[in-house]
Design a protein around this ligand. Structure first.
Ligand SMILES: [Zn+2]
Length: 364
């Protein structure tokens, strides 16, 4: 057991026998800066998601109030924009293709001699990541030719209101409804989706126990529940701080949802994604952000969650999924968002429905 697993890990502990452990911001800045310059070799297998990994790095620096370390923001914007699919001919937006962002260089294939696009891999999640990075570094999204992107995004919406992530298919579920909603919100243009259909799909995903499954009838899960509530908030179907208003007037069964949500925090202080699973750092965001959107974050036992997160803090920076393990970029990022909700000193505040800082979301 390393020192970060001490059960009395509260930074406010006055016990002389227990080390006072805090969130070591400077250490994490160094850790993320290293990731910015060179991703370690274990990330090679995730090359297809290069833009999403970049999103975790850039947005982490924003949460850590360290964007000044990005000395070449324009070059960074240009790099992100280079993943945007620009057809050589003016295409028919109803041809079934999606003209968004690719996730990596290796998934970008050139058109054939006639200009036809044989292998288009532009993806909703990569497009979300690209637009989020651009917002974080202050790029004016009105410079993006969003008309073709959004009109072609309609090709991904299914008759039941769900979205597939890529024009050739793939799973259709709440993750991609969320990406589509976040893309429209960031571009301030909802022409890319039928909001009513998307709303109906989301409502069909609320389970008997109050949580949301990724598809109708599926087991409730923290990530799916976040996608449902954040999408409804982005689309304007639920108001901010719903719990402080008349919850009974809502589209969704809020008391049942709340009942499911508050049972996710365990006796170890951490938060699980569904019943009978271990507490996991990332659910401090997926579940915590739902409560934040609903105006119910007071239901979180902040002190014990703080202790769990610190038990996942690695001595050389970053956070792990479970206490005592090696860190990874994904869980490190969601630990920062969780510490932000816990109002850790020196961290920027979170826009819970977009998953980036408030400053980036508002474009300040
Ligand atoms: Zn996790």
């Amino acid at each position: 057991m390393n020192s970060t697993q001490n059960s009395d890990s509260s930074p406010s502990s006055s016990s002389s026998s227990s080390p006072i452990i805090t969130m070591d911001k400077d250490l994490h800045v160094t850790f993320i800066e290293m990731m910015y310059h060179l991703l370690p070799s274990p990330y090679e297998s995730q090359e297809i998601n290069h833009l999403t990994l970049a999103y975790f790095v850039i947005s982490s620096l924003d949460f850590l109030n360290s964007l000044h370390l990005l000395t070449h923001k324009e070059a960074l914007s240009d790099w992100v924009l280079s993943f945007h699919l620009h057809p050589t001919n003016i295409p028919d937006p109803n041809n079934g293709q999606f003209y968004g962002f690719h996730g990596s260089r290796t998934s970008m294939f050139p058109p054939d001699q006639t200009g036809a696009l044989l292998h288009n891999n532009s993806h909703l999640a990569s497009t979300y990541s690209a637009l989020a990075i651009l917002k974080i570094v202050g790029y004016d999204l009105s410079n993006i030719d969003s008309e073709l992107m959004l009109s072609s995004m309609k090709n991904l919406q299914q008759p039941d209101g769900s979205f597939i992530p890529i024009h050739t298919g793939g799973e259709k579920d709440l993750r991609f409804v969320y990406c589509a909603a976040a893309i429209c919100f960031m571009l301030n243009n909802w022409s890319g989706m039928d909001k009513e259909k998307a709303k109906d799909y989301i409502l069909h995903c609320q389970s008997y126990d109050g949580g949301f499954g990724l598809v109708p009838g599926a087991e409730s899960q923290g990530g799916a529940t976040y996608c449902a509530i954040a999408s409804l908030r982005l689309m304007g179907f639920i108001e901010d701080n719903l719990l402080s208003t008349r919850a009974s007037s809502s589209l969704i069964d809020v008391p049942l949802l709340l009942d499911w949500i508050v049972q996710r925090q365990g006796t170890d202080g951490g938060i699980q994604g569904r019943p009978n699973k271990s507490s996991d750092t990332c659910y401090a965001f997926w579940i915590g952000a739902v409560l934040k959107i609903l105006g119910g974050y007071d239901f979180v036992d902040s002190k014990s969650l703080h202790g769990f997160l610190l038990a996942c803090q690695y001595k050389y920076g970053g956070f792990s999924k479970f206490p005592g393990e090696f860190p990874d970029l994904y869980h490190t990022y969601y630990a920062f968002t969780a510490f932000s909700m816990l109002e850790e000193s020196g961290l920027n505040s979170l826009c819970p429905e977009l998953g980036i800082t408030q400053v980036a979301a508002k474009g300040l």
